[in-house]
Design a protein. Structure first.
Length: 286
Protein backbone atom coordinates (compact mmCIF):
# COMPACT_ATOMS: atom_id res chain seq x y z
CA UNK A 1 0.00 0.00 0.00
CA UNK A 2 1.12 3.53 -0.79
CA UNK A 3 1.05 5.03 2.73
CA UNK A 4 1.58 8.78 3.01
CA UNK A 5 1.65 10.66 6.30
CA UNK A 6 0.10 14.10 5.72
CA UNK A 7 1.91 15.87 8.59
CA UNK A 8 5.18 15.30 10.37
CA UNK A 9 7.38 17.99 11.92
CA UNK A 10 11.08 17.43 11.44
CA UNK A 11 14.10 19.69 11.71
CA UNK A 12 16.74 20.65 12.21
CA UNK A 13 18.17 17.49 10.66
CA UNK A 14 16.68 14.05 11.45
CA UNK A 15 16.26 13.20 7.78
CA UNK A 16 17.97 9.81 7.86
CA UNK A 17 16.37 8.98 11.19
CA UNK A 18 12.92 9.70 9.76
CA UNK A 19 13.63 7.70 6.63
CA UNK A 20 14.69 4.66 8.66
CA UNK A 21 11.47 4.81 10.72
CA UNK A 22 9.40 5.19 7.54
CA UNK A 23 11.04 2.11 6.03
CA UNK A 24 10.39 0.11 9.18
CA UNK A 25 6.70 1.06 9.20
CA UNK A 26 6.05 0.81 5.49
CA UNK A 27 5.37 4.54 5.10
CA UNK A 28 6.21 5.55 1.57
CA UNK A 29 6.24 9.34 1.96
CA UNK A 30 5.62 12.17 4.41
CA UNK A 31 4.56 15.77 4.07
CA UNK A 32 6.90 17.84 6.22
CA UNK A 33 5.66 20.84 8.16
CA UNK A 34 9.02 22.07 9.38
CA UNK A 35 8.92 23.11 13.02
CA UNK A 36 11.78 23.33 15.47
CA UNK A 37 10.59 22.56 18.97
CA UNK A 38 12.22 24.59 21.71
CA UNK A 39 12.45 27.79 19.67
CA UNK A 40 10.38 30.80 20.65
CA UNK A 41 8.69 30.97 17.25
CA UNK A 42 9.01 27.26 16.51
CA UNK A 43 9.39 27.74 12.79
CA UNK A 44 12.86 28.42 11.44
CA UNK A 45 12.66 31.80 9.77
CA UNK A 46 13.31 35.49 10.20
CA UNK A 47 11.52 38.73 11.02
CA UNK A 48 10.45 41.08 8.25
CA UNK A 49 8.68 44.46 8.14
CA UNK A 50 5.56 45.26 10.17
CA UNK A 51 6.36 42.69 12.83
CA UNK A 52 5.78 39.79 10.44
CA UNK A 53 7.70 36.52 10.53
CA UNK A 54 8.68 34.59 7.42
CA UNK A 55 9.19 30.85 7.98
CA UNK A 56 11.68 28.90 5.90
CA UNK A 57 12.04 25.14 5.36
CA UNK A 58 15.76 24.23 5.18
CA UNK A 59 15.43 20.66 6.47
CA UNK A 60 12.35 19.93 4.35
CA UNK A 61 13.94 21.30 1.18
CA UNK A 62 17.09 19.27 1.75
CA UNK A 63 15.12 16.10 2.50
CA UNK A 64 13.03 16.51 -0.66
CA UNK A 65 16.08 17.21 -2.80
CA UNK A 66 17.86 14.14 -1.45
CA UNK A 67 14.84 11.82 -1.50
CA UNK A 68 12.24 13.35 -3.83
CA UNK A 69 10.04 10.26 -3.81
CA UNK A 70 9.89 10.14 0.00
CA UNK A 71 9.56 13.76 1.18
CA UNK A 72 7.56 16.82 0.20
CA UNK A 73 6.67 19.83 2.30
CA UNK A 74 4.28 22.69 2.90
CA UNK A 75 5.06 26.37 3.40
CA UNK A 76 3.75 28.27 6.40
CA UNK A 77 2.52 31.83 5.90
CA UNK A 78 2.16 34.95 8.00
CA UNK A 79 -0.77 37.16 6.99
CA UNK A 80 1.14 40.25 8.13
CA UNK A 81 3.99 39.64 5.69
CA UNK A 82 3.55 42.35 3.03
CA UNK A 83 5.26 40.03 0.53
CA UNK A 84 3.18 36.96 1.37
CA UNK A 85 1.95 36.64 -2.22
CA UNK A 86 5.57 36.50 -3.37
CA UNK A 87 6.23 33.73 -0.84
CA UNK A 88 3.26 31.84 -2.28
CA UNK A 89 4.54 32.23 -5.84
CA UNK A 90 7.93 30.94 -4.73
CA UNK A 91 6.22 27.90 -3.20
CA UNK A 92 4.41 27.35 -6.49
CA UNK A 93 7.73 27.27 -8.33
CA UNK A 94 9.56 25.07 -5.82
CA UNK A 95 9.53 21.50 -7.20
CA UNK A 96 8.75 19.78 -3.90
CA UNK A 97 6.48 22.29 -2.13
CA UNK A 98 2.98 20.83 -2.26
CA UNK A 99 0.82 23.14 -0.15
CA UNK A 100 0.53 26.16 2.11
CA UNK A 101 -0.51 26.41 5.75
CA UNK A 102 -2.03 29.12 7.93
CA UNK A 103 -2.40 28.79 11.71
CA UNK A 104 -4.63 31.63 12.97
CA UNK A 105 -5.91 29.31 15.68
CA UNK A 106 -2.63 29.75 17.52
CA UNK A 107 -3.31 33.41 18.40
CA UNK A 108 -6.61 35.02 19.52
CA UNK A 109 -6.00 38.18 17.48
CA UNK A 110 -5.53 36.10 14.34
CA UNK A 111 -8.72 34.17 15.03
CA UNK A 112 -10.53 37.49 14.92
CA UNK A 113 -8.71 38.48 11.74
CA UNK A 114 -9.66 35.17 10.14
CA UNK A 115 -13.31 35.68 11.07
CA UNK A 116 -13.16 39.20 9.61
CA UNK A 117 -12.06 37.90 6.22
CA UNK A 118 -8.51 39.22 6.42
CA UNK A 119 -7.02 36.00 5.05
CA UNK A 120 -8.69 36.57 1.67
CA UNK A 121 -5.47 37.78 -0.05
CA UNK A 122 -3.73 34.55 0.92
CA UNK A 123 -6.65 32.51 -0.41
CA UNK A 124 -6.69 34.47 -3.65
CA UNK A 125 -2.95 33.95 -4.18
CA UNK A 126 -3.23 30.25 -3.33
CA UNK A 127 -5.97 29.95 -5.97
CA UNK A 128 -3.87 31.78 -8.55
CA UNK A 129 -0.93 29.47 -7.86
CA UNK A 130 -2.99 26.29 -7.67
CA UNK A 131 -1.79 25.36 -4.20
CA UNK A 132 -3.92 23.74 -1.49
CA UNK A 133 -4.25 25.61 1.80
CA UNK A 134 -4.17 23.84 5.16
CA UNK A 135 -6.03 25.76 7.87
CA UNK A 136 -5.56 25.40 11.62
CA UNK A 137 -8.65 27.19 12.91
CA UNK A 138 -10.06 24.88 15.59
CA UNK A 139 -13.64 25.47 16.59
CA UNK A 140 -14.14 28.05 13.82
CA UNK A 141 -15.71 25.94 11.09
CA UNK A 142 -18.32 28.63 10.49
CA UNK A 143 -15.56 31.09 9.58
CA UNK A 144 -14.07 28.72 7.00
CA UNK A 145 -17.28 28.85 4.98
CA UNK A 146 -16.75 32.40 3.71
CA UNK A 147 -13.37 31.51 2.22
CA UNK A 148 -14.42 28.16 0.75
CA UNK A 149 -17.42 29.76 -0.94
CA UNK A 150 -15.67 32.88 -2.20
CA UNK A 151 -12.69 30.91 -3.51
CA UNK A 152 -14.45 27.87 -4.92
CA UNK A 153 -11.34 26.63 -6.74
CA UNK A 154 -9.26 26.71 -3.55
CA UNK A 155 -8.55 23.29 -2.09
CA UNK A 156 -8.96 23.75 1.67
CA UNK A 157 -7.76 21.14 4.16
CA UNK A 158 -9.01 21.47 7.75
CA UNK A 159 -6.25 20.58 10.19
CA UNK A 160 -6.58 18.24 13.15
CA UNK A 161 -10.25 17.27 12.83
CA UNK A 162 -11.13 20.98 13.03
CA UNK A 163 -10.84 20.85 16.82
CA UNK A 164 -8.44 21.64 19.64
CA UNK A 165 -7.53 19.39 22.54
CA UNK A 166 -7.61 20.41 26.18
CA UNK A 167 -3.82 20.17 26.44
CA UNK A 168 -3.39 22.39 23.40
CA UNK A 169 -5.89 24.93 24.76
CA UNK A 170 -3.78 25.26 27.89
CA UNK A 171 -0.59 25.63 25.86
CA UNK A 172 -1.81 28.45 23.63
CA UNK A 173 -3.77 30.24 26.32
CA UNK A 174 -7.34 29.07 25.75
CA UNK A 175 -7.78 28.19 29.41
CA UNK A 176 -11.19 27.65 30.89
CA UNK A 177 -12.78 24.41 31.98
CA UNK A 178 -11.66 21.27 30.12
CA UNK A 179 -13.91 20.28 27.24
CA UNK A 180 -15.71 16.98 27.65
CA UNK A 181 -15.77 14.30 24.99
CA UNK A 182 -19.43 15.16 24.47
CA UNK A 183 -18.56 18.81 23.87
CA UNK A 184 -15.92 17.85 21.35
CA UNK A 185 -18.34 15.58 19.53
CA UNK A 186 -20.85 18.43 19.38
CA UNK A 187 -18.19 20.76 17.98
CA UNK A 188 -17.24 18.10 15.45
CA UNK A 189 -20.76 18.30 14.04
CA UNK A 190 -19.96 21.84 12.90
CA UNK A 191 -16.82 20.54 11.20
CA UNK A 192 -18.79 17.79 9.47
CA UNK A 193 -21.13 20.43 8.06
CA UNK A 194 -18.19 21.67 5.96
CA UNK A 195 -18.59 18.50 3.90
CA UNK A 196 -21.34 20.35 2.02
CA UNK A 197 -18.54 22.41 0.43
CA UNK A 198 -16.89 20.23 -2.24
CA UNK A 199 -13.53 22.05 -2.06
CA UNK A 200 -13.02 21.27 1.65
CA UNK A 201 -11.19 18.17 2.93
CA UNK A 202 -10.45 16.97 6.46
CA UNK A 203 -7.14 15.98 7.99
CA UNK A 204 -7.69 13.09 10.41
CA UNK A 205 -4.96 13.97 12.92
CA UNK A 206 -4.81 14.14 16.71
CA UNK A 207 -8.11 12.28 16.98
CA UNK A 208 -6.97 10.50 20.19
CA UNK A 209 -6.43 13.86 21.90
CA UNK A 210 -9.56 15.48 20.49
CA UNK A 211 -11.93 12.67 21.42
CA UNK A 212 -10.05 11.30 24.46
CA UNK A 213 -9.76 7.78 23.09
CA UNK A 214 -6.54 5.81 22.64
CA UNK A 215 -5.12 5.84 19.15
CA UNK A 216 -4.30 2.14 19.36
CA UNK A 217 -6.00 -0.22 18.93
CA UNK A 218 -8.38 2.64 18.24
CA UNK A 219 -11.85 1.16 18.71
CA UNK A 220 -13.06 4.30 20.46
CA UNK A 221 -12.34 6.34 17.34
CA UNK A 222 -13.72 4.04 14.65
CA UNK A 223 -17.34 5.15 15.04
CA UNK A 224 -16.32 8.83 14.85
CA UNK A 225 -14.21 8.21 11.77
CA UNK A 226 -17.11 6.36 10.17
CA UNK A 227 -19.32 9.38 10.75
CA UNK A 228 -16.75 11.61 9.05
CA UNK A 229 -16.51 9.17 6.15
CA UNK A 230 -20.27 9.20 5.73
CA UNK A 231 -20.16 12.97 5.28
CA UNK A 232 -16.88 13.71 3.49
CA UNK A 233 -16.20 10.38 1.84
CA UNK A 234 -12.77 8.77 1.96
CA UNK A 235 -11.70 10.85 -1.05
CA UNK A 236 -11.80 13.96 1.17
CA UNK A 237 -10.16 12.68 4.37
CA UNK A 238 -6.40 12.25 4.78
CA UNK A 239 -4.58 10.63 7.68
CA UNK A 240 -1.73 12.38 9.45
CA UNK A 241 0.15 11.11 12.48
CA UNK A 242 1.72 14.44 13.49
CA UNK A 243 3.78 12.06 15.60
CA UNK A 244 6.39 14.67 16.40
CA UNK A 245 3.73 16.70 18.24
CA UNK A 246 1.53 13.81 19.43
CA UNK A 247 -0.21 14.72 22.68
CA UNK A 248 -1.31 11.28 23.88
CA UNK A 249 1.86 9.21 23.86
CA UNK A 250 1.26 6.76 21.03
CA UNK A 251 4.21 5.79 18.86
CA UNK A 252 4.25 6.38 15.13
CA UNK A 253 3.45 2.70 14.64
CA UNK A 254 0.46 2.85 16.98
CA UNK A 255 -0.96 5.93 15.26
CA UNK A 256 -0.62 4.23 11.89
CA UNK A 257 -1.92 0.79 12.84
CA UNK A 258 -4.90 2.25 14.70
CA UNK A 259 -6.16 3.26 11.25
CA UNK A 260 -4.56 0.55 9.14
CA UNK A 261 -6.06 -2.15 11.36
CA UNK A 262 -9.55 -0.62 11.51
CA UNK A 263 -11.82 -3.51 10.42
CA UNK A 264 -14.64 -1.08 9.62
CA UNK A 265 -12.78 0.31 6.62
CA UNK A 266 -13.15 -1.09 3.13
CA UNK A 267 -9.91 -1.64 1.19
CA UNK A 268 -10.68 1.40 -0.98
CA UNK A 269 -11.34 3.60 2.07
CA UNK A 270 -8.13 2.45 3.74
CA UNK A 271 -6.05 3.22 0.67
CA UNK A 272 -7.62 6.67 0.29
CA UNK A 273 -7.24 7.63 3.95
CA UNK A 274 -3.66 6.44 4.17
CA UNK A 275 -2.33 7.97 1.00
CA UNK A 276 -4.67 8.29 -1.94
CA UNK A 277 -6.45 11.43 -0.74
CA UNK A 278 -3.35 13.44 0.08
CA UNK A 279 -1.78 12.41 -3.23
CA UNK A 280 -4.83 13.64 -5.13
CA UNK A 281 -5.44 16.88 -3.20
CA UNK A 282 -1.79 17.91 -3.31
CA UNK A 283 -1.14 16.81 -6.91
CA UNK A 284 1.58 14.57 -5.53
CA UNK A 285 2.48 11.73 -7.92
CA UNK A 286 3.26 8.37 -6.41
Amino acid sequence: MDIVDAQVHIGPGRIEESLAAMDALGIRAILIDEYWFGRKMGDPGYSVADGAYRPVQPTAELAALMYPDRFSYLVRLDRKDRDVTTVIRMARDAPHARALRITPGMWPAEVDAFAAGEYAPICAAACDCGLPLFMFVPGRARDVVQYARKFSSLRVVIDHCGLISNSMRQKIGGGGQPLSREAQLAAFEEVLALADLPNVALKWAHAPAMFEAPGYPGEGLWRILRKALSRFGAERIMWASDVSANQTGESWAMLLFGVLGNPDLSPAEREALLGGTVRTWLNWPA
